[in-house]
Ligand binder design. Structure first.
Ligand code: AMP
Length: 629
């Protein structure tokens, strides 16, 4: 069957289509119906069916390929490398699950995981899945305030963490940030389970903090049975930035997610049991959930967890891993490729990369130069794919597992099965035709694997994402897009105040709130500005309460550093603006709304557009002046 026919079937007959795909995973109890869309936009997939993510990722493979590699944990930071077979992974996950049970964690309880890229992080995620606890992984690069807001929202019974991560050979202590976050949060987790890597000293809190190695030894022979879950019970929460300062907890189910991953692993990523998959992301992001931990394992593949920089000990490190473990499918982000492009080609050429069949890139727009360079260097298909934390798997790509369709430079491809993608004109509300720019929307029901709701806030889910037009429920991606005459989509940037730095999604409002907490800051605007390496960087414009403190270059520089330090401390270095400029006035409309897009345009050397609503046109000159000062 052609891809076009398969796609059509998935949209017109979603029940029949997904009933077929559901056979890719194990069900302990069959579902009574494939889809319940009786309360749109809420979608229930595989209603009444019982399954488990950990069973499908681990136990299921123990019988047929127990001795084969499952998890390959490599750290160039600590010089460690360990391969866990499926049997060994099952044993480790069982031990961690037993520890969690002993600490009082049960089905439906939340467990917050704040960990570096070490094997124990994957054990913790899979252990939660095994016992039906709901994990919420928080990216290790986030600092105390970001962490505190997530602790407060998820209300975890247990936090799993470590003494430190490591970056560029430098230990980055996690424990002090965690302690500060718990102090800031109104909710206090009962227990904190700590992996001690001996990278940084830890102060243990009596009665709360427990040592992972000690408890692991106590549960060394544990065999924790699988807790079977109804398909629509929650599996995890993953927080993502939006337009308000408060991150949203994207909640995912069990059965639909497992089916979506199994299906995408087969048809988009074309992975086979026994092969090795290497995604260079981090478990703190959605790619880490879907395509470092769950997806490859559900497909019976070995998955690589890598802690370290792409350029250390040298720029050949990723390619040496590809050679050593015969990686067949690799997943990365355009920024990482741009970093590697700056290095001499010998680093890639000296390794045997013949095992590699394709490189998948996602998270941010893939420019032609980057795509062309890596394609020439690797001589394998480069497959862009477009998706979001909310969808959990690609909305747009070239699903070569169905048909070997051509890719098109600059386009992440065409809608994947199940995603009824449409473009709408923001002002007229009309559907766009070919080559007309519109907002990328998806008509409900969303396919399996997508978010079920915002954790604890159904109303926020509906009001944030959904619009009803002519009786149809439409999910907004908040991205601009355009579709060519052949149906290929091109993504043109966000419609909201979310920016994308090196493939990481950040809310400008969160950064503004953090900067505002500096005692000398009166007003602030943060915008995303085009950057050759990272795609975008955050740039801040600040009005000071006491402008005299920024007189002179040295004073300005010191203040800029101080404000960057506030963001580092509260949100993490990932959110740090690349520049902080001091000005006397921000461009606003007469009703007081910040003209962010005009500020952004000026920063990028573009025309700021229609300025009829601006209160004081001179404020634009302030921005221009600051940039050249
Ligand atoms: P996140 O939820 O952090 O994965 O960020 C999702 C956002 O990243 C999307 O809404 C897009 O703005 C952007 N994005 C993801 N993948 C791509 C891609 N392949 N091309 C262009 N933009 C992308």
């Amino acid at each position: 069957m052609s891809f076009a026919a398969i796609y059509k079937n998935s949209i017109e007959q979603p029940q029949a289509f997904w009933d077929g795909e559901a056979k890719l995973i194990d069900w302990q109890q069959p579902y009574s119906h494939v889809l319940d869309y009786s309360k749109p936009p809420f979608t229930q997939w595989f209603v009444g069916g019982k399954t488990n993510l950990c069973h499908n990722a681990v136990d299921r493979w123990v019988a047929t390929q127990g001795e084969k590699a499952a998890l390959i944990a490599i750290s160039t930071e600590t010089g460690s490398e360990k391969v866990y077979s499926f049997t060994e992974l099952q044993a480790e996950v069982s031990r961690t699950a037993a520890i969690m049970l002993a600490l009082g964690v049960g089905k439906g309880d939340r467990v917050l995981i704040y960990m570096p890229m070490i094997a124990e992080a994957a054990f913790a995620m899979l252990a939660c899945a095994r016992i039906g606890a709901i994990h919420s992984v928080v990216f290790g690069g986030f600092a105390a305030h970001s962490l505190a807001s997530r602790i407060e929202d998820a209300q975890p019974k247990l936090v799993v963490s470590a003494d430190a991560g490591s970056r560029g050979g430098k230990a980055i202590p996690y424990k002090p940030l965690l302690d500060e976050a718990i102090a800031l949060s109104a909710h206090k987790p009962g227990k904190v389970l700590l992996v001690n890597r001996n990278l940084a000293p830890m102060n243990l809190v009596d009665g709360r903090d427990v040592d992972y190695a000690t408890l692991r030894a106590q549960h060394i022979d544990a065999q924790v049975p699988i807790t079977w879950l109804e398909s629509n019970e929650p599996s995890y929460i993953l927080y993502t930035s939006g337009t308000t300062g408060k991150p949203k907890g994207v909640q995912r189910d069990v059965g639909g997610y497992a089916v979506a991953l199994a299906s995408s692993m087969q048809h988009i990523f074309c992975g086979n049991p026994g092969e090795t998959y290497f995604a260079t992301s981090d478990i703190g992001w959605v790619v880490g959930h879907s395509y470092i931990v769950y997806g490859p394992l559900i497909a019976g593949m070995a998955t690589i967890m890598y802690e370290g920089l792409p350029t250390s000990p040298d720029a050949g490190i990723w390619w040496s891993i590809v050679e050593k473990y015969k990686v067949t499918r690799m997943f990365s982000a355009p920024t990482a490729v741009r970093v590697l492009r700056k290095q001499p080609p010998e680093f890639m050429q000296k390794y045997d990369l013949t095992s590699l069949k394709a490189l998948y890139l996602a998270g941010e727009p893939l420019d032609e130069t980057t795509s062309g360079w890596i394609s020439d260097a690797l001589k394998v298909p480069i497959i862009d794919n477009y998706w979001q934390t909310e969808t959990g798997w690609p909305i747009l790509s070239i699903a070569k597992g169905y048909e070997d369709m051509p890719t098109r430079l600059g386009s992440p491809g065409i809608p994947t099965p199940g995603f009824n993608v449409k473009l709408f004109d923001e002002t007229t509300g009309e559907e766009c035709g070919s080559n007309e720019k519109g907002v990328v929307m998806i008509e409900g029901p969303l396919p399996p694997g997508c978010m079920q709701t915002v954790y604890g806030d159904d109303a926020r889910y509906v009001s944030t994402y959904w619009t009803v037009l002519n009786g149809k429920h439409l999910y907004s991606t908040f991205d601009w897009g355009i579709r060519d005459a052949d149906g290929y989509y091109f993504i043109l940037g966000r419609t909201d105040d979310v920016i994308n730095v090196a493939g990481h999604r950040l809310g400008t409002r969160e950064i503004e709130e953090s900067i505002s907490s500096h005692a000398n800051v009166s007003e602030v605007a943060v915008v995303g500005v085009e950057d050759k390496l990272k795609g975008q960087v955050a740039v801040a414009f600040v009005i000071l309460k006491n402008p005299d403190t920024a007189n002179g270059v040295q004073a300005r520089q010191a203040l800029e550093k101080e404000i960057m330090g506030v963001v580092d401390h509260q949100l993490g270095a990932v959110a740090r603006p690349s520049r902080v400029y001091f000005i006397a006035q921000l461009p606003k409309t007469r009703s007081g709304k910040l003209l962010r897009r005009s500020i952004q345009a000026i920063c990028e050397g573009r025309d700021p557009g229609d300025m009829s609503s601006i209160e004081d046109p001179a404020s634009l000159n302030q921005i221009k002046g600051a940039l050249v000062s």
